[in-house]
Design a protein around this ligand. Structure first.
Ligand code: IPE
Ligand code: IPE
Ligand code: MG
Length: 241
C-alpha cells in the first residue's frame, strides 16, 4: 500500500458495544470495556499504517439520555481508561486531544483530560482526538458564539478556525461500525468531503484486519471534490470504482 493510499485522518463512530454485550448476556458496560480494548488496538494499528490523525466518537451530546447507570459507567470507564492507557499511548508517541463540552464533566474527569493532554503535548507520531460529550451542532454553535463574542466576521474560514478540530485537517475517511448508516451528530462540519465507510461489525469486533479493509476500500476511491474524473486524472479514461 503506497503512502497516499493511506488516509491522513481517519474518524470513527465506534458503535455496537451494547449489542456486543447483549449478545453475550453481559451488561452493556461490559461491551464498553471491550470497546476500550478495540480502541487501544486501533490507535496502535493506525500508527503502524502511517495514519497521522485518528478521531473517535466516544460519547455524544445525546448519550446523556441513556439510563443513568450506563452514563455513570461510561464516565467511570473514561476516568479509568485515562489513568491506564495514557502512559502507553505516550510511550508510543501519541498526542491526545479531548474534543467536546467539558463543562458538564466531573472535576475528576476534567483533571484527567487535562493531565493526558499536557503529558502528551510534545508527541508527533499520531494525533488522537477523543470526542467526548461532543456533538457536531454544539461544535458549530460554540464556534459561531466565540466569533460573535470577539466581534469577528462569520465566514467559512473563520468558523473553520474556531471549530474544535481546527488543529487538524478534515477527516479523509469516516468509518461507522455497528451497521447503522448515519452520522448521529458527529463532525457535521468537518465531514463535508470525507469518504464514508460503513461496517456491520460491532465495534469490539473491529480488529486490525477490518481497519486494513477500510483503508483498502478508501484507496480504491476517486476523490473529486466537485471536479470531473478527467480533471483528476488527465488523459485517462479509466473509470474508478
Ligand atoms: C457505542 O456503542 C458507544 C457509545 C455510544 C458510548 P453503543 O452503546 O451505542 O452500542 P449499541 O449501538 O447499543 O450496540
Ligand atoms: C453514536 O452512537 C455515538 C457514539 C458512538 C459515541 P449512538 O449509538 O449513540 O447513535 P444512535 O443514537 O444510534 O444514532
Ligand atoms: Mg449505538
Amino acid at each position: 500500500m503506497n503512502a497516499s493510499a493511506v488516509p491522513h485522518h481517519i474518524a470513527i463512530v465506534m458503535d455496537g458495544n451494547g449489542r456486543w454485550a447483549t449478545k453475550r448476556y453481559l451488561p452493556r458496560v461490559a461491551g464498553h470495556k471491550k470497546g476500550v480494548d478495540a480502541m487501544r488496538a486501533c490507535v496502535r494499528h493506525c500508527g503502524e499504517r502511517g495514519v497521522r490523525v485518528l478521531t473517535v466518537f466516544a460519547f455524544s451530546s445525546e448519550n446523556w439520555n441513556r439510563p443513568p447507570e450506563e452514563v455513570s459507567g461510561l464516565m467511570e470507564l473514561l476516568a479509568v481508561a485515562l489513568s491506564r492507557e495514557v502512559p502507553q499511548l505516550h510511550a508510543e508517541g501519541v498526542r491526545i486531544h479531548f474534543v467536546g463540552n467539558r463543562a458538564a464533566l466531573s472535576d475528576k474527569v476534567r483533571a484527567g483530560l487535562l493531565q493526558a493532554e499536557t503529558a502528551t503535548a510534545g508527541n508527533t507520531r499520531l494525533i488522537f482526538n477523543i470526542c467526548f460529550n461532543y456533538g457536531g451542532r454544539w461544535d458549530i454553535a460554540q464556534a459561531a458564539a466565540g466569533l460573535a463574542q470577539r466581534g469577528e466576521a462569520i465566514t467559512e474560514a473563520s468558523l473553520d478556525r474556531a471549530m474544535a478540530l481546527a488543529h487538524v485537517p478534515d477527516p479523509d475517511l469516516l468509518i461507522r461500525t455497528g451497521g447503522e448508516q448515519r452520522l448521529s451528530n458527529f463532525l457535521l462540519w468537518q465531514a463535508a468531503y470525507a469518504e464514508l465507510y460503513f461496517s456491520d461489525k460491532l465495534w469490539p469486533d473491529f480488529d486490525e484486519a477490518a481497519i486494513d479493509e477500510a483503508i483498502a476500500n478508501y484507496a480504491a476511491r476517486e476523490r473529486r471534490f466537485g471536479r470531473t474524473s478527467e480533471q483528476i486524472a488527465p488523459g485517462s479514461s479509466k473509470k474508478v470504482a
